[in-house]
Design a protein. Structure first.
Length: 376
């Protein structure tokens, strides 16, 4: 916002063997950005964890002494994989050796396609470079053809810890949470929307995406089925949300949300006291681990960190159940039924749902501005 070039850091750049600086902008979008002039941030999908990472770096003083996490006034996210997603393993990430990628898997083929585009970047439209690859030095101006073939055979980029596929593994999420990355800042307002396109099967602890999506968004429908049936216990190292649980089903798991404080409108406790509490067996988990939007399971869309380690209020699928008053330092999570990973963003289709969502989002941000004005 107030800087003109991304600085990935000297140590990080050396460790992952890429350039230290990203694309240079002529002007910052908002040079006056500061603690006195904070901004609202909205993130879809990976945008959510990116905002959380930014706030964590601000808190650590990464960008300089005058930076502060209060520079982010609010965080609003939708369909964000804060705690990882099993779809990355289905597409090719090794379940027990991340960030390694299985050869000729879908993920490996996507990586090869990316390398071809990046290699030809100097002669392709800039709009195709959505990966901001300028720091990687992988175009034909920067590496010989033999180097390009080596990358096609085994990508040093896609199989590194410095890539989006690894970022959405459960291992990476646990590493972030071990540093308490994502702990709510007392001066920031948080709200997340967790979309789900699945419905629970009658008499069974399984979820299935609604059939209509097999026609409109077949790839997402298929991925949703895979997420709902993925064996989470097969992932190594064991994800933190499974650690300490008896997979035989003899032990009742802790409440999904341990924060039992009453919400301001009376809806929160029904979830926070264990709406999803279930007995766990090898094929049985709480609904929040199976329900998903075609890319991310619901529990991962809620917020960073397990509920017992953060401050949160949950509002289940109910048109009348939603936060009414912004509350700083607390994640206010709203579940959205019959919605895919792309129902609201990134494509604008002028649907009634999109219009309603953005109208309510605007009203919410105005409420925050009002609360912030009173605090000042």
């Amino acid at each position: 916002m107030s800087v003109y070039s991304v600085d990935y850091g000297e140590q990080h750049s050396k460790a992952h063997r890429h350039g230290r600086y990203g694309y240079k902008h002529r002007n910052g979008l908002y040079p006056q950005w500061s603690r006195d002039n904070p901004l609202h941030f909205f993130g879809h999908s990976m945008g959510g964890p990116t905002i959380i990472k930014l706030q964590y770096l601000l808190k650590q003083g990464y960008f300089g002494g005058r930076d502060h996490p209060d520079m982010i006034l609010s965080v609003t996210t939708i369909s964000s994989p804060f705690r990882g997603t099993p779809i990355v393993y289905t597409l090719g990430e090794h379940i027990d050796a991340a960030p390694a990628v299985r050869p000729w898997s879908i993920g490996d083929l996507i990586a090869k396609a990316v390398h071809i585009i990046v290699y030809l970047k100097p002669i392709l439209p800039e709009s195709l470079d959505i990966w901001h690859s300028e720091s990687r030095s992988l175009s034909f101006h920067e590496i010989p053809f033999s180097g390009f073939l080596r990358e096609l055979r085994k990508s040093s980029w896609a199989t590194s810890r410095d890539a989006a596929p690894f970022d959405v593994t459960f291992m990476a999420a646990d590493e972030r949470e071990a540093k308490m990355e994502g702990k709510p800042n007392p001066g920031t307002f948080y709200r997340s929307f967790a979309a789900l396109m699945t419905r629970k099967d009658a008499g069974r602890n399984t979820h299935t995406p609604v059939f209509k999506y097999s026609i409109s968004v077949l790839p997402m429908y298929l991925m949703s089925r895979l997420i709902a049936r993925f064996d989470l216990s097969s992932v190594l190292p064991v994800p933190s949300f499974l650690q300490g649980r008896d997979l035989s089903g003899d032990t009742c798991i802790d409440c999904a949300c341990a924060d039992t404080e009453h919400s301001v409108n009376g809806y929160g406790p029904s979830v926070e006291q264990g709406l999803y509490t279930r007995r766990l067996s090898p094929l049985e988990l709480g609904d929040e681990y199976r329900a998903n939007d075609g890319v991310v399971p619901v529990f991962s869309q809620w917020h960073p960190l397990p509920c017992r380690m953060t401050r949160c209020r949950h509002y289940p699928v109910d048109r009348y159940s939603k936060p009414s008053v912004p509350e700083p330092g607390v994640w206010q999570t709203q579940e959205v039924a019959d919605a895919t990973h792309a129902s609201v963003v990134p494509l604008w289709l002028s649907t009634p749902r999109q219009k309603l969502f953005w109208t309510e989002a605007g009203d919410w941000l105005r409420k925050i501005d009002g609360v912030e004005g009173l605090r000042k």
